[in-house]
Every structure is written in C-alpha cells, then in structure tokens.
Design a protein around this ligand. Structure first.
Ligand code: 3PY
Ligand code: MG
Length: 280
C-alpha cells in the first residue's frame, strides 16, 4: 500500500486502542524548501512523518528531487513531491524518479483534479508515459507492472482559492483523489487578505473546508506556521498537518538563540571546567 495512505490510516487504527490519545497521532509533516539533501535527511531522522519536496516555491528541480528522495530513503519520513503545476510532463518525470505521493497545487475544479490524476496513471486509466528504465523500476531490475504502479500512488490536490473551496465536494469525488490540502497562504491572497493567513475570514474558510471534507469522507490536510496553530488545526479535525518549513525552523531557532544571548537584562553565562561559571 502507498506509504502516505498508510500514514493516514494509523490514527484510525489507534483510535480503537486509545480513543483519547488518537488525535495525537495525526501525521505531522513539514515543507522542504532549502533543496538540501542533508537538511531533508536530518529532518527525516528528527521524526517528521512526511514532508513536501517543494518544486513550486523553491529552487528544487527534477535532479534535486532525485537527491532528496535518495537522502530520505535512509529515514522513515514519507516524501510527498509537490510539482510546480498541474503538468503531465513534470509529473511523469518525478514518478519515474520513484516518487509515489504527489501534491498538485492550485486545483480549481473536478476537471483539473481528473487531469492531475490522469497524469499519474498509465494507459488505459491515464496518460503517463511508459519507460522501463528508471529509478521507479530500480533501474530496470524490476519488471514494470503498470497496474501495480497505478495502484501504489497517492494524489493530494491543493484547494487554495474560494473557487476551489466551492468545488470541494466535486473535487473530492474524483476517482484517484486521495486527499485534499487547504493552502492557507494562497487562499488568504485569493480572498483579498494578502499574506495574512491568520485573518479571521481565512481561518473560518479553512475550518469550514475541513468540516466539509470530513462530511464527504476525504482526508484533509493544511499547513500551520507554529505548533500552536497546528494544535488548533488538529483539534478541528484535520487528518494531516504541515508544520512550517525547513528554512523557517532554522531561521526561527537562530533568531531565538541570538535573542536569548543579546537581551540587555540576562547576561550570557559561560560554563567551563577550568573557570567555573561566569557572566560573559
Ligand atoms: C499555501 O498555503 O498556499 C500552500 O501552498 C502551502 O500550504
Ligand atoms: Mg499554495
């Protein structure tokens, strides 16, 4: 079974065992925007359940995705490749690299969702081009089984405009759409609120989309900038949540460390075996 679909099933399985703790099992991911295999590998070991390899808003290109997939293969993290657009050519190239879970940005209606799914499927189900020699077939050492390849994929479509939210039920009903992901940043801009993802109207629209997705039974995810917002989304019923980005985690930790050392009231303390502890 596809690894991302497996992640989505875990909370439900544990529901029966420990109902009150089940919400703590919502899969947590992050966005890999540094295009760095070392950072990806390190965050994989840090314990994230999944991460987006972001070709839409980072310098990541097709060879970069290959390096990140290789790095992540040493970890338990489930890679989700976000393609830069709903484009059958890019989609077939990242699938040939062995990506099995794709995120497609800015899907607006059921027809666009069906086009995204068709790009991931071999004929007769879709239009994916066929090649026996690829990383996906372990360089031709495995026979290409097109039906098994189709069945092993997961497609997450991003709903990021009022028009897309309006069509949520039709998009969710498209065969092969395995999950929807509400993109708060694009949604805020499309709603006329610039980059204000915390605007009450945006928050309400994200929460309403979550409710509607749950009503039709499609797994729904979204992105949070802080653990506090992530906890809020989790309590609201989101099935999977992205927590910030690799670069955001790095920059915020750097700023917090510098601030702790530069505050005028608390001097930095230095500890050493020879001199003991003293203010620096
Ligand atoms: C957005 O918020 O617009 C995204 O694409 C990521 O969640
Ligand atoms: Mg977006």
């Amino acid at each position: 079974m596809n690894a991302f679909k497996q992640l989505l099933q875990q909370p439900r399985r544990r529901d029966e065992e420990r109902p009150r703790a089940s919400h703590l099992r919502v899969p947590l991911g992050t966005w890999l925007m540094s295009a760095s295999p070392i950072v990806a590998e390190a965050l994989g070991h840090a314990g994230f359940d999944w991460a987006v390899l972001d070709m839409e808003h980072s310098p990541l290109d097709v060879p970069g995705v290959l390096s990140l997939l290789q790095a992540l293969s040493t970890t338990k993290l489930v890679p989700v490749v976000r393609v830069p657009a709903n484009d059958a050519v890019v989609i077939k190239r990242v699938l040939d690299l062995g990506a099995t879970t794709l995120m497609v940005p800015l899907v607006q209606d059921a027809e666009e969702a069906a086009r995204a799914v068709a790009a991931t499927r071999y004929p007769p189900l879709g239009v994916r081009g066929t090649a026996g020699m690829s990383r996906a077939t372990r360089y031709g050492t495995q026979r290409l089984d097109t039906q098994a390849a189709d069945a092993g994929l997961a497609v997450i479509v991003q709903l990021e405009t009022p028009r897309a939210l309006h069509a949520l039920e039709e998009i969710a009903a498209v065969e092969g759409v395995d999950a929807v992901f509400i993109g708060p940043t694009d949604l805020a801009a499309a709603m006329g609120h610039g980059a204000d993802v915390r605007h009450p109207e945006v928050m309400r629209a994200v929460l309403r989309a979550c409710e509607r997705a749950r009503e039709v039974g499609v797994p729904v995810g979204t992105l949070a900038g802080t653990p506090e917002v992530a906890a809020q989304w989790r309590a609201a019923g989101f099935d999977f949540i992205g927590l910030g980005t690799d670069l955001g985690l790095l920059v915020h930790a750097a700023q917090a460390s510098l601030e702790a050392l530069r505050t005028p009231y608390a001097e930095a303390m230095v500890h050493s075996l020879s001199a003991g502890t003293h203010a620096f």
